[in-house]
Design a binder for this molecule. Structure first.
Ligand code: ADP
Length: 154
């Protein structure tokens, strides 16, 4: 099933000048960009976005890290995009993420771990609505579509 998912290129990625390289990893896999923009996250947005971490001792530290510089929010699209993007990203802690995953290749940290990626259909829908206005996400099919998937996978 074709899905849209949210990826945030975190401040560590923007500041380490890795944005293009990380986006390229997703694009090279066959995911396509349906929306992209730079924003500066706020405490209010992050309270919503990381509500599931609000009782953790590192909550404020994670929020501060996400507000250190602008981030790039991306809507990526493809068949089973939500799961595929999570797999490409790797587990949360960059130090234990396997080489070959984005976090495994670019991160030495639990917190400064390059990307945020939606973890379920419900979260993806809520997160895309949180960060993009309706006109900022585009419905189109890449010309390579029929070469990325067999007919019965589409
Ligand atoms: P993920 O980003 O892999 O979905 P979570 O939703 O659990 O992980 O956490 C959100 C973010 O909070 C992580 O990406 C990471 O930046 C930070 N974080 C989570 N757990 C820790 C931790 N134990 N120590 C430091 N930072 C953490």
């Amino acid at each position: 099933m074709i899905e849209k998912t949210l990826v945030i290129l975190k401040p560590c990625t923007v500041q380490r000048a890795l944005s293009g390289e990380i986006l390229h990893r997703f694009e090279r896999k066959g995911l396509w960009v349906a929306g992209i923009k730079m924003i500066w996250l706020t405490d209010e947005l992050l309270n919503e976005h990381y509500a599931h971490l609000s009782d953790k001792p590192f909550f404020q530290r994670v929020k501060n890290s996400m507000m250190k510089s602008p981030v790039i929010v991306c809507c990526l699209e493809g068949v089973d995009a939500i799961h595929t993007v999570r797999t490409l990203s790797g587990p949360t802690n960059g130090r234990i993420a396997a080489p070959g995953t984005i976090r495994g290749d670019y991160s030495m940290s639990y917190q400064e771990n390059i990307v945020h990626a939606s973890d379920s259909k419900e979260t993806a829908a809520a997160e895309l609505a949180r960060f993009f206005k309706p006109g900022e996400i585009f419905d189109y099919k890449q010309v390579s579509f029929d070469y990325l998937y067999a007919k019965d996978e589409q």
